[in-house]
Design a protein around this ligand. Structure first.
Ligand code: AMP
Length: 286
C-alpha cells in the first residue's frame, strides 16, 4: 500500500494503534538495495507494523550536489519490498512535505559538528528536519537507521534525545558486498574501474582501526591511510577517529601503560571522492 497524503497515513496509523499494534519506521530515499532490505526485515521483526518512507529530501542536498540525478524508481522499490510484508510505503510528494510557506528547521550541533558538516554544511539540518517531521507524522515506537551513515545515526539519536521525541532509535550494521564495499544507492555512479578500487576505502579504515586498537597514534594511522587512498586515486575529504557516541575528537591511547586506561568506544570515519562519486564509510575500533 503506497500512501501519498498525510490524512490517510494518520488514518492507517490510528487503526493500527487502536488494534494495539507497535509500529516501526524505516526512513529511506528510495533506490533500495539489500542494505535497505535488511533494515526493512528488521523493522518487521521488531514491531507488529512496519512502514518504509521513500522521499528524496531536497533539503539535505547542497546546491551543486546530485539531487537531480539521484536514482529514483518507485516501482522497482515496491517490487523489492513486496516479499518483506511491509504494511505501508509512505511516499509523499514534495509539496506535501515542504509546502510553499514551509519555514521551520531543526539545526543540530553536537554530533553534527565537523566531519560531514565541513563538506556538506546543509546536510544534517536537512536530515534532522525531515526525520523530525517523519517521526511526528508516523509517531512510530522505533525508527531504524543504518550504521553506514554513522554520523547521521548519532545526530538522529541526539535530536530524539534533545527534543524528547517519544521513540527509540535502532542502529543496524552496514551491509557490504563480498569485497567489502558498503552498499549505497550512489554506487551506481561508479565506473567499472572505480568499482574495483572502491573496496579499498573499507580496507584502509579497518587498518586504521587495527592500529589504533593496538595503541597506535591516531594522527599517523590516519595520515598513512589517507596517503594510500590519495595515491590510489581517491580524493579524501576526511579520515578520522572519533568518540563513537559524541563524535568528538579523541587522543590516542599510549602504549605500555599498565594497567591500560579504560578506553571510550571509538569509530573510524571516512569520506572520499572516487571520480564523480562521493563515498562514505566507517568502522568500529575494536
Ligand atoms: P538512504 O536511502 O541512503 O538515505 O538510506 C536509508 C537508510 O538505510 C539509512 O538509515 C542508511 O544508513 C541505511 N543504509 C543505507 N545503506 C546501507 C547499508 N549498506 N547497510 C546498512 N544500512 C544502510
Amino acid at each position: 500500500m503506497v500512501i501519498r497524503k498525510l490524512a490517510p497515513l494518520r488514518k492507517s496509523i490510528a487503526a493500527w494503534r487502536a488494534a494495539g499494534d507497535s509500529i516501526a519506521l524505516l526512513p529511506t530515499m528510495g533506490a533500495l538495495h539489500e542494505g535497505h532490505l535488511r533494515l526493512a526485515r528488521l523493522a518487521k521483526k521488531k514491531c507488529d507494523r512496519a512502514l518504509v518512507s521513500i522521499f528524496v529530501n531536497p533539503a539535505q542536498f547542497g546546491p551543486h550536489e546530485d539531487l537531480k540525478r539521484y536514482p529514483r524508481d518507485l516501482n522497482a522499490d515496491l517490487a523489492l519490498l513486496s516479499d518483506i510484508g511491509i504494511d505501508a510505503i509512505w511516499a509523499p510528494p514534495l509539496a506535501q512535505v515542504y509546502p510553499d510557506d514551509f519555514a521551520t528547521t531543526i539545526v543540530p550541533a553536537g554530533a553534527a559538528l565537523e566531519l560531514e558538516t565541513q563538506f556538506r554544511p546543509q546536510f544534517f539540518t536537512g536530515v534532522a528536519t525531515i526525520c523530525t517531521k517523519l517521526f511526528t507524522q508516523v509517531a512510530p515506537d522505533i525508527a531504524i537507521f543504518g550504521e553506514k551513515d554513522y554520523q547521521q545515526l548519532q545526530v538522529i539519536r541526539q535530536t530524539v534525545r534533545d527534543l524528547d521525541l517519544p521513540l527509540k532509535i535502532v542502529g543496524a550494521p552496514t551491509v557490504r558486498t563480498r569485497d567489502g564495499l558498503a552498499l549505497s544507492s550512489r554506487n551506481v555512479y561508479l565506473s567499472d574501474e572505480e568499482r574495483l578500487l572502491a573496496p579499498m576505502l573499507y580496507k584502509e579504515i579497518k587498518t586504521v582501526a587495527g592500529k589504533v586498537a593496538a595503541g597506535g597514534r591516531i594522527g599517523s594511522a590516519t595520515a598513512v591511510a589517507g596517503k594510500a587512498l590519495t595515491k590510489a586515486g581517491f580524493k579524501v575529504e576526511y579520515i578520522d577517529v572519533r568518540d563513537a557516541a559524541t563524535l568528538a575528537p579523541v587522543k590516542s591511547v599510549g602504549k605500555g601503560t599498565n594497567p591500560a586506561p579504560k578506553r571510550r568506544a571509538m569509530r573510524v570515519l571516512v569520506a572520499a571522492w572516487l571520480g564523480k562519486t562521493r563515498l562514505i564509510d566507517n568502522c568500529a575500533v575494536k
